[in-house]
Design a protein around this ligand. Structure first.
Ligand code: PHE
Length: 352
């Protein structure tokens, strides 16, 4: 082999290699063309081997050209490999593409938890009347949960029997709120009358669960404070609420009850929506279902937040969401709401 033969061979092989790779339509064909051009048994490899027999100057020139040829072929090889891979992936995607003629897959939408749904419904009744929704912390201080609500140091509701205290280093006044009434104080401290708020949320009591009690449950609190608010306003508001929740025929009954933060205090019952007041199992034959505690805001509470109790009056009410949900759906045991049994929960899922 002389130098000029070698150089000619390199040019021919470069041409052939480029053409071969350009014509390859699969990765296998590309590999074959590349190997044929620069592989161990290629003419290019023969030239490499023959270098030894050349004069030093020729060896340098031919060796240099052989490297350039290999680099060009390798570069084109890489480039083609890349584009053939992309093509291959593209056709995989095509194979995967959406068949628009297939019937759709049925989605299984979730639904609101029955307690959430009932809580929303209660809150909506009051927001439609112009009440504002406020939410507050579940870890409360003694001031908001008890003291400011006129629940003095010796009130029985304070004992550890009912209240879960939170043990934080250096503080003995933290507890899990036992009623949403704490939000009455937070709201009134933050603003001047008129106040019309509704406050839903979770509350905690140290209690063993049974069909009618849970240690963690939900309440909705209402508070209205302004000049000239009367007990009649309270009754009218509760009647509107009862009608919205239980139907136009609902009636309400108020009987005296005691809560330290209201005076007078009352228990509100709604006419039984199962028997319409005749007497049945749900209302235990009385025709009435006790639903919530309420009353006129105690003047001491108004003074505790800096309101002038000579000028302002107000009413408050609070109800348990679980109780309302249980009564309305005829659920025999409150614990069913928190067991998370999908077969139970699905019965409350609204269509659509
Ligand atoms: N907080 C009371 C309870 O948990 C309910 C209530 C609220 C009573 C507001 C009167 C006024 O039973």
């Amino acid at each position: 082999m002389d130098a000029s033969d070698a150089l000619r061979t390199l040019e021919e092989e470069l041409e052939r290699g480029l053409a071969g790779m350009a014509g390859a339509s699969t990765l296998d064909e590309l590999e074959a063309a590349h190997t044929a051009a620069v592989g161990r048994r290629s003419k290019w490899a023969e030239v490499q081997k023959g270098l030894r027999s050349l004069e030093q100057d020729d060896r340098k020139a031919v060796g240099q050209r052989a490297n350039d040829v290999k680099n060009s072929l390798d570069a084109v090889h890489e480039e083609r490999k890349q584009s053939l891979r992309e093509q291959a992936e593209g056709s995989l995607l095509d194979a995967d593409a959406v068949d628009v003629s297939l019937p759709g897959r049925r989605l299984r939408p979730g639904s609101l938890h029955p307690l959430t749904a009932v809580e929303d419904e209660i809150v909506d009744v009051f927001t439609r009347m112009g009440y504002r929704v406020v939410e507050g912390p579940e870890v409360e201080t003694d001031w908001y949960n008890f003291q400011a609500l006129n629940i003095g140091p010796d009130h029985p509701a304070r004992t550890v029997k009912d209240t879960l205290y939170v043990d934080v280093a250096g503080r003995s006044d933290l507890l899990l709120r036992t009623e949403t009434s704490a939000m009455q104080i937070r709201t009134m401290e933050a603003q001047e009358p008129p106040v019309f708020i509704i406050s839903p949320g979770r509350v905690y009591r140290r209690e063993t669960s049974d069909p009618a009690h849970l240690p963690v449950f939900h309440q909705v609190e209402g508070l209205a404070v302004d000049e000239g608010i009367t007990f009649g306003d309270l009754k009218g508001t509760l009647l509107e609420f009862a009608k919205a929740m239980f139907g136009e025929n609902a009636r309400v009954r108020l009987t005296p009850d005691y809560f330290p933060f209201v005076e007078p205090g009352a228990q509100m019952a709604v006419s039984c929506f199962i028997c319409n007041g005749v007497g049945c199992r749900t209302c235990q034959g009385t025709g009435w279902i006790e639903l919530l505690g309420c009353g006129m805001v105690h003047p001491a509470v108004l003074e505790n937040v800096g309101y002038d109790s000579e000028r302002y009056t107000g009413f408050a009410f609070g109800m348990g969401v679980e109780r309302v949900a249980l009564l309305r759906a005829g659920v025999p045991d409150m614990r069913m709401f928190v067991e998370g049994d999908v077969r139970f929960l699905e019965q409350f899922a609204s269509a659509g």
